[in-house]
Design a protein around this ligand. Structure first.
Ligand SMILES: Cc1cc2nc3c(=O)[nH]c(=O)nc-3n(C[C@H](O)[C@H](O)[C@H](O)COP(=O)(O)O)c2cc1C
Length: 377
């Protein structure tokens, strides 16, 4: 039996005489991955009233392979965490119960499923906050986006003695994710949301122990990681970072130093993986010609290193070949190609993602209706 499995794996690794690095197995801690193509976290705004829905069973199942790693869409950790319509949460019993059949379906097909834990911070407004309060952040400066003054009102700067409450919310959400059956959690420290609002010096204007120096700015995100790791085990915890990006007005004057400091600190906490968005991602969707390397972060982190952002088959294979990463996360390509690992194996043509349906609320269109390869055998 073991021999058959091995032969099956070898077949995947080699197409003709060519080894396909993306299709080689990899051990991420205790998780035996059969390939290195990861489903990136993708908000799909189809979780009505902040509760994951039954149609997500099909969506995630479609993208599951035996031994494949999936990272779920950003899931709010508390009633102050949301900032978009129809994003799921993981803070109530109802939300936890709703995730269970989705996780079970992924497990049934042999997938490994992590829940992304998220707090939007100031990328929110009164309508999403309990009692119509302002959203919370490291700062009281509003996010400035064109024509967005009502959409993103000035947030409320968290008082120092409130920070432990938010740390606790992350911890409880992690516990809930494990209760829902997830194999682990990814703490969302990227893309301009709450943790990033503490990390970056263009937003964090605090003068207390959580602002100013690099060490101070990283303190709260690292407290979150430590609390979550203590709760569920560091071997089940990943962290996503985007030190080089300035999405949602969240930029830093020295992203390389920030990235390396965080990678080092996360390594010391012994977490499972560090997942980093490539510096070339100028916006969430557009690449520029930046050739800044993530190698210093990779070298500073002892665990599994995942990269994301603008990857296709060929540069995914290249980054693995050059030891720039252990795994590659794919967002839009995986969204549009539910059978992406199979297509990469065959070097088959890819469906194009339809941007206009990324964030619509239909439970099928733009969600579970992307076609699979025909005649794949
Ligand atoms: C529709 C959509 C939703 C996204 N939602 C999330 C999310 O929930 N959490 C997150 O960390 N990143 C999110 N991202 C960013 C992706 O995970 C990924 O970093 C980005 O799409 C770049 O990778 P790609 O070039 O492979 O698409 C989202 C991107 C898209 C297109």
């Amino acid at each position: 039996m073991a021999k058959v499995v091995l032969e099956e794996e070898n077949k995947k690794m080699v197409k003709g005489n060519e080894v396909i690095p993306l299709l080689t197995p990899y051990n991420m801690g205790k998780f035996h991955l059969s390939h290195r193509i990861v489903l990136a976290p993708l908000t799909r705004t189809r979780s009505y009233k902040f509760v994951a829905q039954p149609h997500a069973i099909l969506y995630y199942s479609q993208r599951t392979t035996k031994g494949g790693l999936l990272i779920g869409e950003a899931s709010g950790i508390s009633d102050t965490a949301q900032g978009y319509p129809n994003t799921p949460g993981i803070w109530t019993k109802e939300q936890v119960e709703a995730w269970k059949p989705i996780v079970e379906a992924v497990h049934k097909k042999g997938g490994i499923f992590f829940c992304q834990l998220w707090h939007a911070g100031r990328v929110s407004n009164y309508g999403y906050q309990p009692g119509g309060q302002p959203p919370i952040s490291s700062t009281d400066k509003a996010l400035q986006k064109e024509g967005s003054s009502s959409k993103y009102p000035p947030p409320r700067r968290l008082a120092i003695d409130e920070i432990s409450d938010v740390v606790n919310d992350f911890k409880m959400a992690a516990k809930n994710a494990i209760e829902a059956g997830f194999d682990g959690v990814e703490i969302h420290g990227a893309n301009g949301y709450l943790l990033d609002q503490f990390l970056k010096d263009r937003v964090n204007d605090r003068e207390d122990a959580y602002g100013g120096s690099l060490e101070n700015r990283c303190r709260f995100p690292l407290e979150v990681v430590k609390a979550v790791a203590d709760e569920i085990g560091a071997e089940k915890v990943g962290v996503r970072l985007s030190p080089f990006a300035d999405y949602c007005g969240c930029g830093d004057s020295n992203p390389q130093a920030l990235g390396v400091y965080m990678a080092n600190s996360l390594s010391q906490l012994g977490i499972l993986y560090c997942h980093v968005i490539e510096p070339r991602m100028q916006t969430m969707f557009d690449k520029d010609d930046s050739n800044v390397s993530l190698m210093p972060m990779r070298k500073a982190f002892d665990g599994t290193f995942i990269v994301a952002g603008g990857y296709d088959r060929s540069d995914g294979n290249n980054v693995l070949e050059n030891d720039g990463a252990d795994l590659v996360a794919y967002g839009r390509l995986f969204l549009a190609n539910p059978d992406l690992p199979r297509r990469f194996e065959l070097d088959a043509e890819l469906n194009k993602a339809d941007k206009s349906t990324f964030y619509t609320s239909d439970p099928v269109v733009g969600y579970t209706d992307y076609p699979f390869l025909e005649n794949a055998s």
